[in-house]
Design a protein around this ligand. Structure first.
Ligand code: NAD
Ligand code: MG
Length: 404
């Protein structure tokens, strides 16, 4: 059908994936699901295939792909199953795909997101780790192919909405040219913003994933608790909006109602507000420059009643400092930071290390690895692997008690 946008959802079984399918289901005349992907959750993917009837489904895991294919055949479905990284790259770059939702978590999202960029798609970017690892290369591919990059991360989506059209349409490269003085990146501060500092080493994974305002996947929830998420978002904002950390101010705002702000030369500060529900940025990026219903309720100003702001405490949140240092260093430093963080977060979730060990593992991994230029993908992947090996052995020392 002409005019209907064909969509690939990478990471459709996750938190962002589910919100995306919810928005798409509200607009069947506008969007059609062409391809879905997941890692290994066969049951959820089977249900999604039967409901959305995509032409392709990809399971990153081979065994899961085989199970899914045989169950789909048994149900009389003609969805074709592919597997592995090659399968993910295929559905991100199919000629008939218009939009790609990049919602795989972690470094695993980089290859298919890059494939979508090379193929010139509209990319709805949730997978911030891809941009953290390979920002320069990724943005080059976007410019070269003429891909459209729309941020899904609520803060970056808010900033995008507060930017002048000349900038978001790619007619201006520099923020100063469009009168922007700085970006105010808001952060909730997560569940441990006011916890007495000495208790931070005893917090459990269950406490860390219980975010006060947002319901999200486990990894990003731990990142929010450590504020590494905000650090990754500073890096993400540097690439998306062609700026430096010195022009980005992190503002703690515990209510998560203002999703970020942009300050102009004349003193104007524009903010985007809304309920903390990812369907708003998803609907915005799908329909841009139009607006569609997202299913999100109206913001009740009287129930909110007040908005608070605080400066972030870098002693409590060393991960934020480490991320800002990594983007200042440049090259492969952010990729090393990202990989060490992924391993440390997983080790914390598995109760192998303490919450307060996460920044220690990351800082020591960064100290042990020589930063290289991040001008080719091979050097980024090799930094990523080296950081995983290094962080893995450090985690072993922590969990064996050698480090305590
Ligand atoms: P999630 O853990 O809920 O879902 C992750 C998805 O990725 C799942 O579909 C999973 O099957 C898939 N996946 C995991 N490992 C994979 C692998 N090795 N290969 C292929 N697929 C794999 O995560 P989420 O909370 O939906 O977050 C997804 C991304 O969006 C992350 O990069 C996160 O930082 C970003 N993000 C999320 C939110 C949020 O509200 N959840 C907000 C902003 C940004
Ligand atoms: Mg965010």
């Amino acid at each position: 059908m002409a005019g209907i946008k064909q969509i690939t959802v990478l990471g459709s079984t996750g938190s962002i994936g589910l919100s995306t399918l919810d928005v798409l289901a509200r607009h069947p005349g506008r969007y059609q699901v062409l391809a879905l992907s997941a890692n290994r959750q066969v049951d959820r993917m089977l249900a999604q295939c039967l409901q959305y009837r995509p032409r392709w489904a990809v399971m990153a895991n081979e065994d899961a792909a085989q199970q899914l294919q045989s169950q789909l055949i048994a149900q009389g479905s003609d969805t074709q199953v592919l597997s592995g990284v090659a399968g993910l790259e295929t559905i991100a770059a199919l000629p008939e795909v218009d939009y790609v939702m990049a919602a795989i978590v972690g470094a695993a999202g980089l290859p298919p997101t890059l494939a979508a960029a090379r193929a010139g798609k509209r990319i709805l970017l949730a997978n911030k780790e891809a941009l953290v690892m390979s920002g320069a290369l990724f943005m080059d591919e976007v410019r070269r192919s003429g891909a459209e990059l729309l941020p899904i991360d609520s803060e970056h989506n808010a900033i995008f909405q507060c930017m002048p059209e000349r900038f978001t349409r790619g007619q201006s490269e520099a923020l100063a040219e469009v009168g922007v003085r700085k970006i105010l990146l808001t952060a909730s501060g997560g569940p441990f913003r006011t916890l007495p500092l000495q208790q931070l080493s005893e917090v459990t994974p269950a406490q860390a994933v219980a975010h006060p305002n947002w319901s999200m996947g486990r990894k990003i929830s731990v990142d929010s608790a450590s504020m590494m998420n905000k650090g990754l978002e500073v890096i993400e904002a540097c690439w998306l909006f062609n700026t430096r950390p010195s022009h980005i101010q992190v503002v703690l705002h515990p209510q998560s109602v203002i999703h970020s702000m942009v300050e102009y030369n004349d003193g104007s500060v524009l903010a985007q507000l809304g309920n903390p529900d990812m369907r708003t940025p998803i609907a915005h990026a799908l329909a841009w420059p139009e607006r569609i219903d997202s299913g999100v309720a109206s913001l009740d100003m009287f129930a909110i009643a007040r908005l608070d702001f605080e400066a972030p405490d870098l002693e409590r949140f060393p991960c934020l400092r480490l991320a800002i240092e990594a983007i200042e260093t440049g090259g492969t430093a952010p990729a090393i930071l990202n990989a060490a963080n992924e391993l440390a977060v997983e080790a914390f979730l598995q109760q192998q290390i303490r919450f307060t060990d996460i920044p220690v593992v990351i800082e020591e991994t960064l100290a042990r690895i020589t930063v290289q230029q991040a001008d080719v993908l091979a050097s980024i992947f090799s930094a990523d692997q080296l950081a995983r090996d290094t962080a893995g052995s450090l985690i072993g020392q922590f969990s064996d008690g050698v480090r305590r």
